[in-house]
Design a protein around this ligand. Sequence first.
Ligand SMILES: [Zn+2]
Ligand SMILES: [Zn+2]
Length: 261
Amino acid sequence: MALFDFAAHIPRVTLPRGLSVCSICQAWPAQAICSPCIDRFAQPMVRCPVCALPGFAHACPTCCASPPAWDQALCAVEYGFPWDACIARLKFSGDSASAQTLAHVMQHAPGVEPALESADLVVPMPLSQERLRERGFNQALELARHLSPGKTLRDALLRIRHTPTQASLPRAERLGNLAGAMVVHPAQAGALQHRRVVLIDDVMTTGSSLQTAALALRQVGVRHITAVVFARTDAPHQTDRPAHFGVGENPGHVSHRLGSA
Ligand SMILES: [Zn+2]
Ligand SMILES: [Zn+2]
């Protein structure tokens, strides 16, 4: 006889404020994602300290050959089950409980707490104005607010409009196009100069967006950048990575990296 799935039949709207079922296992009452699910699905992995690719205790060959414009990347989970659904919920529903829970998982990932403590400012990856209008919120900003409300600098980075669509450009131009598609808000440039920054995003795939953001931050003199993402996809197409990291690379960042290790 099939067991009656009691939790699945509890209407969320009738639960007292603060109570819900775990989004993954449906345990009730639970936080948006329960602790056993976090323990089970967010096990720390050995990762490249520069790009967070799993399986490397030291800088991976790609980072050695073509280091990104940021100093360090930290990541809580692999992109995939069950986190892909949690990220989608955050991205498309703006569910604040999801943001809080994903931020909680991020905060407990190795290295994240010290990075936040030593940062002067926390900068979320920006959405384009069009995307912001569609969704009404920026999921990276929601994560940043939960991670470090006192240090979060909203609107520090701006996505600038670029007319040719990415798909219509040859690969090299596409990367160049991306590299110029983000700038620091002129009013925030002074606040960022010589600072240590944590750059927040929900998902890292090839790293090209983070690279674009990091280059924009370097341009105004940011001293140290730690990219902190909730999820990272596994090895992207290896042939893409060095080029992404190398786009418009600012040679000056190497001395920043050495000077701030
Ligand atoms: Zn659970
Ligand atoms: Zn790496």
